[in-house]
Design a protein around this ligand. Structure first.
Ligand code: NAP
Length: 471
């Protein structure tokens, strides 16, 4: 794999700027690789290549595109060890978690897209018309660092299956995983220009993609701030826009005799991946009458989540992803203390010497109006908030600008009733499993559009209605 190149029009080529971005391992704190700092010239080449490849690619049958995607999936699987190693190095994720959640789960996603592609309703007969779906064209995919593999798969695979061509810009912080994916697309036999890949900064490559006249759609995953900025730029040429943004998701515990399973499930979202998960349940809403008992349980269970060497198979938490992330999380812990929240676990982290480690932090006595309850910290920091009745729990759950994810634990019918009142795109009921076929996406400032399954593929199509019932 040559990390010194970009992948444009089926070839590994030099970046135009001659400049580089260094990639740091957040555990060793060493800069261990560098990639080209792409610029507008590279994006222009990639967008033109994608536009040129579009007519032939979109004319292929779905079966032909699926056959190539099957090749891709085989190549992708064959790289598992390299991918696990790379995700661990560039993100700091523990290898065991990198294998299951970062890597293997993506095979399930690709499989799901392939299997569901034939059921996307490409032609729909209405009373006086017929509606046809077409690919949108050239898709600019802009992805974050927290799941460097999954976020790319969620966009590129459905976009290509629906007949679009792609220019991918991964996060400058974790670009190396995408080199392996680019290699897989090449090995799979995708025609030149169908998949293109330009590394670089959001302000340069991302900006150039959002404004390029040959890019028909921007599919963005990242912060709400970044999504707003990209959308502003993309509207200049009236692009399709799909946004998967941040969250501040609630986990509502209904009154129960046993809270242990719910606490463990909540911890797995807010602590694993060091809390750097968009769907992390970062606010746990508990019945006030049981708050003390729940807090004691949390104090016991959190001891199982020890941060350490990501290559140690027993380690659940690695370092957070970067110095910037470390500083941001640390400042929120300080802010939480200043706001009057009480620490149940964890502390203000010391200056990092070997890895950007932050041990799990649990704040209790949190008022939902505090910054630590309103803003996405994106670290292993959980807020415990008491409620007196269900109406209050629902009000607190919804009292944030975000609406990405939620969970409700309790008797199933009661939990569903509460879930239906929560303003978010997804709600987990008790230990309900993740379903790759379900639409995933946010309400409110958590996003526009959906990923996953048939809805995730429809996102990369546009409709044409034929009024065809006359003579
Ligand atoms: P980010 O700073 O918004 O960056 C995301 C991507 O956008 C990166 O590739 C970034 O480039 C680029 N970018 C940033 N500003 C841009 C601009 N003005 N113009 C064009 N491109 C721009 O987000 P992040 O810190 O990487 O990721 C964490 C965020 O992603 C969290 O808020 C998390 O909740 C969210 N997220 C959401 C989902 C979801 O499905 N809803 C999934 C995962 C993550 P650089 O390389 O320069 O950073």
């Amino acid at each position: 794999m040559d990390y010194n190149k970009l992948y444009i029009n089926g070839e590994w080529v030099d970046g135009a700027s001659g400049k580089w971005i260094e990639v740091e391992n957040p555990y060793t704190m060493e800069k261990f690789a560098r990639v080209p700092r792409g610029n507008a010239e590279d994006v222009d080449k990639a967008a033109k290549a994608a536009k040129a490849a579009f007519p032939a690619w979109s004319s292929k049958t779905l079966d032909e595109r699926i056959a190539l995607m099957e090749n891709f999936l085989s190549a992708f699987r064959s790289y598992e060890d390299e991918l696990v190693d790379m995700i661990s190095k560039e993100l700091g994720a523990p290898k065991a978690f990198a294998r299951t959640s970062h890597c293997e789960y993506q095979y399930t996603r690709v499989r799901s897209y392939i299997d569901l592609a034939p059921s996307v309703p490409m032609i729909e007969k209405m009373e006086q018309s017929t509606t046809y779906r077409f690919p949108v064209g050239v898709i600019g995919c802009i992805t974050p660092w927290n799941y460097p593999l999954g976020q790319v798969i969620q966009k590129v695979v459905p976009a290509l299956l629906m007949g679009n061509t792609v220019v991918l810009k991964p996060s400058q912080q974790t670009p190396l995983t995408s080199y392996i994916l680019a290699d897989c697309f090449e090995k799979a036999g995708f025609p030149a220009g169908v998949f293109n890949f330009v590394t670089g900064r959001g302000g340069e490559v991302g900006n150039a993609l959002s404004t390029h006249p040959d890019v028909d759609m921007v599919s963005f995953t990242g912060s709400t701030k970044g999504g707003v900025e990209v959308s502003r730029q993309a509207l200049g040429t009236v692009k399709h826009i799909s946004l998967e943004l941040g969250g501040k998701s609630p986990c509502v515990l209904l009154p129960s005799d046993d809270y242990e399973q719910a606490i463990r499930a909540c911890f797995n979202t807010i602590l694993l991946n060091s809390g750097q998960t968009c769907t992390a349940l970062s606010r746990i809403l508990v019945p006030s009458k049981d708050k003390e008992a729940i807090e004691q349980l949390m104090k016991d269970i959190v001891k199982e989540y020890v941060a350490g060497d990501p290559s140690d198979p027993s380690v659940k938490l690695g370092p957070v992803a970067s110095r910037a992330q470390f500083d941001k999380i640390k400042s929120y812990i300080e802010r939480g203390l200043a706001e009057g929240a009480r620490l149940l676990a964890g502390s203000v982290p010391c200056e990092p010497e070997h890895g950007y480690f932050i041990d799990p932090v649990i704040f209790t006595d949190v008022d939902n109006g505090m910054d630590i309850a309103q803003e996405e910290i994106f670290g292993p920091v959980l807020c415990v908030i008491g409620y007196d009745d269900i109406d209050e729990a629902v009000r607190i759950a919804n009292d944030v600008k975000y609406g990405l994810n939620a969970a409700v634990w309790g008797p199933k019918d009661d939990a569903i009733n509460v879930a239906l009142r929560i303003e978010s795109g997804n709600v987990y009921i008790n230990d309900g499993p993740r379903d790759t076929a379900a639409p995933f996406g946010g309400w409110k400032q958590s996003g526009i559009g959906r990923e996953g399954g048939v809805y995730g593929m429809i996102e990369f199509t546009q409709q044409k209605a034929l009024f065809d019932t006359g003579h």
